[in-house]
Design a binder for this molecule. Structure first.
Ligand code: DLZ
Ligand code: SF4
Length: 524
């Protein structure tokens, strides 16, 4: 415990583990202290995957040690501390009562929910409470709002170009290198059958990490997911090792094959640095500059480097901007009036749809699936079934180690399920089995026939896809973005359309995607 009087208490949250965090700026080790707290509220506001809780606690403990080595006083409250109040606001109150600081400084939270709670706590009076911008993001909330002001549509591509100009990444003067801004078209290949993704170095579980795993099992044993397969970086050094490996081994082929999916290959050529970026163990601009340097040195092609940089200075910053611009109303949107339960197999993986079973197995084992698995397998299926937004958002928040609401909600609600009605994506990313077959090796090993539509063994995505378009025709057709499929639908006989609807209804019932009963709980 800390006994000397404290000038400034600096709050550091579980996703604010950066040396350059704004709340730590100006820190005087002789007079200040840092507060970090493992609390039940944050571990259970959704029933996070066990690996996510292990990751946060392990990374928080390692960061506290890092600060202590710099001579900083840290008040660190563990989850097992009998005096632990269970919430961040409660821990601030306790710390202020014990330490009587003249001021409390924090960096604004990533999630609206916690930001609201801390803003209210500040309203209780003493001491002086300062909330600083999270300038680990390249575009501040204010700058994003200014960019969005007066635009009829918020298009990621225009925002991305602005960010390219602002950072100078992949620019020649005011022009993109190679004359093209976006090489997404070159990111849709599939690796030849004999080519395996590169082997990732394994990471030993330290005694400290093993103790956290045991503790999380003991306290949160009924949460989703396996934990023995934990492999996330928990320190800046481990995150750096992951990124260095990716630059050399993953990046050169990342561009060609970033959308491809294979059974039992959860990582493919992906970087696995999203948790490290979000927790603050890696710096977004630094990783982009180093990827650019790899291209300049001839070590990685432009389609890979542009694709990587687009994810970070484009998508990542864009979805965060949208989140803060639109919350809290954003979370309540339900443009397609989706109102069904989430099928149970999203939790168990027990389905004979090979693609869905593989993705759910991967999230259970690794708290990870890559963006196309999330968007076009689990997200697409939930949208086609008409799963209620709170059900599917809850699932995404629970199962992924990198799910924080500022990034999860716009991706799920906006991109994957179109619940936001077109703020993030300009059209629903609805797809039949043909897309999954084109981008993966799943269908070969599946008991369903990806080409069938109405037969008993027909791929369920197919009837659900046409039923989705049919049901939502009044909403979607006018948009003009789905002209081709609507033309095909128009050509179908009314009897065919009726049979598709009947088959889709049967599938929904069989999958447990039944209408939500008023007052029932998203987590079941
Ligand atoms: C996700 C998470 C978890 C599981 N636990 C903690 C915790 O015990 N203490 C803490 O400071 N932060 C935790 N976090 C991260 C917070 O939920 C995150 O800072 C907010 O959601 C705001 O983004
Ligand atoms: Fe998935 Fe359909 Fe292919 Fe089976 S046939 S793997 S259900 S897309």
């Amino acid at each position: 415990m800390i006994s000397r009087p404290i000038q400034t208490l600096r709050l550091v949250l579980g996703d604010q583990l950066s040396d350059q965090l704004s709340a730590l700026r100006g820190l005087d080790p002789a007079q200040d202290a840092v507060l970090m707290a493992e609390v039940a509220d944050e571990a259970t506001y959704v029933r996070h995957h066990k690996q996510k809780i292990v990751l946060i606690f392990a990374a928080m403990r390692a960061f506290a040690d890092r600060l202590r080595k710099r001579g900083v006083r840290v008040r660190y409250v563990t989850i097992g501390d009998p005096a632990n109040s269970g919430s961040i606001a409660g821990e601030l109150t306790r710390a202020c009562a014990d330490l009587r600081p003249a001021a409390v400084v924090r960096t604004v939270c990533g999630e609206w929910r916690l930001e609201e709670s801390l803003a209210q706590w500040a309203g209780t009076g003493e001491p002086v409470f300062e909330a600083r911008e999270d300038d680990r993001f390249l575009c501040s909330r204010k700058d994003f709002a200014a960019w969005a002001e007066g635009r009829r549509e918020l298009t990621m591509e225009w925002f991305y170009r602005e960010m390219r100009r602002r950072t100078g990444l992949l620019m020649e003067g005011d022009k993109p290198v190679g004359g093209v801004w976006n090489l997404d078209r070159d990111n849709r290949g599939k690796p030849p059958a004999g080519v395996r993704p590169p082997q990732r170095p394994s990471r030993a579980i330290s005694p400290g990490l093993a103790a956290i795993i045991d503790e999380v099992e003991a306290r949160f044993g009924d949460h989703f997911g396996e934990v023995e397969t934990f492999r996330w970086a928990v320190t800046a050094e481990e995150a750096e090792a992951d990124f260095a490996w990716f630059l050399e081994q993953g990046l050169p082929r990342f561009g060609d094959w970033q959308d491809a999916m294979r059974p039992d290959e959860p990582w493919m050529w992906h970087a696995l640095i999203s948790t490290s970026l979000t927790l603050g163990l890696l710096d977004p601009l630094d990783v982009c500059r180093r990827a650019e340097a790899a291209w300049k040195a001839g070590l990685a092609p432009l389609n890979a480097v542009e694709g990587f940089i687009r994810q970070i200075i484009g998508w990542r910053e864009f979805v965060r901007g949208v989140y803060w611009l639109k919350m809290p109303e954003y979370a309540l949107r339900n443009a397609l009036e989706a109102d069904r339960e989430l099928p149970w197999f999203y939790w168990s993986g027990e389905t004979d749809m090979a693609c869905v079973a593989d993705v759910v197995t991967s999230v259970k084992r690794h708290a990870y699936a890559h963006h196309i698995q999330r968007l076009m397998v689990t997200g697409n299926l939930a949208m086609l079934l008409g799963v209620a937004p709170d059900r599917i958002n809850d699932w995404y928040m629970v199962v992924f180690a990198d799910a924080f609401e500022w990034v999860e909600l716009p991706n799920t609600h906006g991109m994957a399920t179109f619940a936001d009605g077109g703020i993030v994506g300009s059209k629903p990313y609805a797809a039949s089995g043909a897309y999954i077959n084109r981008m993966s090796d799943y269908c070969r090993g599946c008991r369903y026939d990806v080409k069938g539509r109405l037969e008993d063994d027909a791929c369920p995505f197919n009837a659900l896809y046409w039923d989705f378009l049919d049901r939502n025709e009044p909403r979607l057709r006018a948009q003009g973005r789905l002209m081709m499929p609507y033309k095909t639908l128009e050509k179908m006989e009314p009897e065919e359309r009726r049979r598709i609807r009947d088959k889709a209804d049967r599938l929904k019932t069989a999958m447990g995607a039944t209408p939500v009963r008023a007052g029932s709980d998203p987590a079941g």
